[in-house]
Write a new protein. Structure first.
Length: 101
């Protein structure tokens, strides 16, 4: 990948994840995936788009700790996820499951 493609990828993601409504829909979609890494990856994408340094400042976590918590296969603490979700401007919520019967 060329440098221009790499910088475009970050810029394009930042433009696509422009507001909390879009972030919420994106993260909710990731939660629908049975693979828990999907949500971690999506949250990481949002954090990068918002600016990892700013997210680290808001959460009080180190950037390296955030990257480790959101790495594939990581098992981050609930407290860490909650801080990250709030730092990107959304909240977690629970809703009734659809009936399987």
């Amino acid at each position: 990948m060329r440098a221009t493609e790499s910088s475009c990828a970050g810029r394009c993601l930042k433009e696509q994840i422009a507001n909390e409504a879009v972030i919420s829909a994106y993260l909710n979609g990731a939660l629908e995936d049975p693979d828990p890494d999907a949500f971690l990856m999506a949250l990481g994408n949002v954090a990068k788009a918002r600016g990892m340094t700013e997210v680290a400042r808001i959460t009080g976590l180190g950037r390296e700790s955030i990257y480790k918590a959101l790495a594939p296969g990581a098992k981050p603490r609930y407290e860490t996820i909650l801080k990250l979700v709030r730092a990107v401007g959304v909240r977690l919520a629970v809703s009734p499951a659809e009936s399987v019967a």
